[in-house]
Each structure stands twice: as structure tokens, then as C-alpha cells.
Ligand binder design. Structure first.
Ligand SMILES: Cc1cc2nc3c(=O)[nH]c(=O)nc-3n(C[C@H](O)[C@H](O)[C@H](O)COP(=O)(O)OP(=O)(O)OC[C@H]3O[C@@H](n4cnc5c(N)ncnc54)[C@H](O)[C@@H]3O)c2cc1C
Ligand code: FES
Length: 280
């Protein structure tokens, strides 16, 4: 975290990758203008940053790279409104700002020694990608048990991180299941909704934790599958997306009961969410 949490850290866009056929989801790789900022930007998978564009505003976005990737930080952003559309119009070399890292992380200490089931849908796979790349890094792989990944999108053109998906599928220390709701003529992979594939894969709940991110409808149909498999609410984690402003627990924009999603979250277990007000 930088010294004054309200002041954005200057960064340059080093690389832009268009992730999907519709071109409205891009991954931005940022490098730090000052070496000192790069060294101070110590983050963990699951945290987010406020991407800041002068004269436009800020947007909270999950960090998509892993801390094991040195020298840069990546965010995958869907074009939505003012800030994200402006970001999409920028080119490599443009200078802007980031505040962060902010929020808590995926519960790495708790995950250690356990079998991990990662379930993602659509472009909400960003901080799960960070987690997966962190866990499979040679320095960390032994700290975690079996790793299973179920990731799906509506169609093949909407899968993000396509090159990495292929790499993960090739590894024998990760069970990777990629699926699309509906394939096209070039698609030779699996077809089916994420909850259905989770049911088919049927990961054991013994000594296992699942982390789930995706559209609300996917989560709604996936949770019963994991309950049926015997996963307790303590062992199911997700990440909340709320409207945010300060990102540091000061403005009260994101609070649910006495919890601030920006500071106490965005990562919560279902057991923790049960303690919040009924709308969550
Ligand atoms: C912790 C966290 C992590 C996030 N991670 C990502 C990410 O990895 N990639 C990504 O593309 N987006 C992510 N989001 C959502 C992202 O913050 C919003 O899409 C973005 O702030 C919209 O800003 P804007 O100025 O472009 O849009 P605005 O002009 O502010 O709004 C455009 C539209 O987006 C809706 N919107 C604005 N903010 C949010 C929000 N927080 N959640 C849902 N809808 C919103 C508005 O209601 C409106 O319909 C995340 C949000 C949070 C809180
Ligand atoms: S965004 Fe200000 S308190 Fe959470």
C-alpha cells in the first residue's frame, strides 16, 4: 500500500490483450513509473486496485496477475461505463494511476494443505486466475493439495486467458475442465453449464475448499451442487462486487451491516456472508 492511500501510484500501460471476440474485455498490464512503488505494491490473490484516470474517476478492479509474476501488475476489465470505456480507449504507453492493493485476499493460510476447487464463469475469473497462477508456481505448488478448475463461458469466443487455459489443461498437477454453454463449429471441447460440469466432476469435499466467482445465476445453481457434495459454508468462498468509492473503509459507500466490503472483503466465506444482513 502506498503512503497516502488517496494518491494514485503512477503506472504506464505496457501491454493490452483483447480477451474476447466481442472486444469489450481487455487485460491491461501496467508497469510502475517509480521502482519504489513497484517494490511497495505487495499484493495477494483476491485483492483489488482502484484504477484511476485523471478527469474521469476511479473503478475498483480485481488484480488478475499473481504476485509471483514480477515487474508488472495486470487487470482484466470489461467496458462498462465512464472509467472503463476511457481505459479501453487508451493505448500502450499511456500513463494513469492505481490505488492499492486494497481489500483482503483469498484465504491462503486456510487453503494451505487443502484440496482446492476453483469454479469460475465468464470474465469473473480474474482473481481466480491470480490465485491459480500463485498456487501452481514452483515455490508454492507443494503447499496445496489437489487443484481442480472448472471454468466456463457462454461461448468459445467469451473464454478469457485462452493461452493459459491450454497450458493449465496440459499440466498433470491441475485437473482442468473448460466448458462452454454452446460451442461453435471450431469447438472440440466440452459443452454444458458450469453447475452441470461441477456435478459431473464431483470433487470430494474431504479436506477441500471451493472458491467460486461468476455471474449471479451461475453461483445460484452451483452452490446447491457443492452443498450436495458435502462442502460446508465455511469451505465455500466467493468475492463480492459492490459500488465503491474510497476502497479503504472510510466513506461508508460499501458497508453491509458493520462490515465494509472494500476493507473486510471483498472475499468472504458463505458462513461469513450468513452473518451479514439478510439481503446478502
Ligand atoms: C472488488 C471489485 C472487483 C471488481 N473487479 C472487476 C474486474 O476484475 N473486472 C471488471 O471489469 N470489473 C470489475 N469490477 C466492476 C467494476 O468496478 C465496474 O464495472 C466499474 O467500476 C464500472 O465503472 P465505470 O466508470 O466504467 O462505469 P459507471 O459509469 O460507473 O457505470 C456503468 C455501469 O456499470 C455499473 N457499475 C458500476 N460500478 C459497478 C460495480 N462495482 N459492480 C457492478 N456494476 C457496476 C453501473 O451501475 C452502470 O450500469 C469489480 C468491482 C469490485 C467492487
Ligand atoms: S468504498 Fe468507502 S467504505 Fe468501502
Amino acid at each position: 500500500m502506498q503512503k497516502n492511500p488517496y494518491v494514485p501510484i503512477p503506472v504506464d500501460i505496457a501491454k493490452i490483450t483483447t480477451e474476447v471476440d466481442t472486444k469489450d474485455i481487455k487485460t491491461f498490464r501496467f508497469t510502475f513509473v517509480n521502482k519504489e512503488d513497484e517494490e511497495n505494491f505487495k499484493y495477494l490473490p483476491g485483492q483489488f486496485g482502484e484504477l484511476s484516470i485523471l478527469g474521469k474517476g476511479e473503478s475498483p478492479i480485481g488484480i488478475a496477475s499473481s504476485p509471483t509474476q514480477k515487474g508488472y501488475v495486470e487487470f482484466t476489465v470489461q467496458k462498462a461505463g465512464v472509467v472503463t470505456s476511457t481505459l479501453h480507449s487508451l493505448e500502450e504507453g499511456a500513463r494513469m494511476g492505481i490505488r492499492g492493493p486494497l481489500g483482503n485476499s483469498w484465504p491462503l493460510d486456510y487453503l494451505e494443505g487443502k484440496n482446492i476447487v476453483i469454479v469460475g464463469g465468464g470474465f469473473a475469473f480474474t482473481t481466480l486466475r491470480s490465485l491459480l497462477n500463485y498456487m501452481i508456481h514452483e515455490d508454492n505448488r507443494k503447499r496445496f493439495g489437489e487443484i481442480t478448475v472448472v471454468y466456463g463461458a457462454r461461448n468459445p469466443g467469451l473464454l478469457i486467458y485462452k493461452d493459459e487455459l491450454k497450458e493449465w489443461e496440459k499440466r498433470d498437477d491441475v485437473n482442468t475442465f473448460i466448458t462452454v454453454d454452446k460451442g461453435d463449429e471450431g469447438w472440440k471441447g466440452r459443452e454444458g453449464f458450469v453447475p452441470t460440469v461441477c456435478k459431473e466432476v464431483a470433487p470430494s469435499s474431504k479436506n477441500a475448499v471451493t472458491v467460486i466467482c461468476g455471474p449471479p445465476i451461475m453461483i445460484r445453481f452451483t452452490l446447491p451442487v457443492f452443498f450436495e457434495l458435502g462442502f460446508s459454508k465455511e469451505n465455500i468462498y466467493t468475492s463480492l462486487e459492490m459500488r465503491m468509492k474510497c476502497g479503504i473503509g472510510k466513506c461508508g459507500r460499501c458497508n453491509v451491516g458493520e462490515k465494509y466490503v472494500c476493507k473486510d472483503g471483498p472475499v468472504f466465506s458463505l458462513a461469513q456472508l450468513d452473518q451479514l444482513t439478510p439481503e446478502y
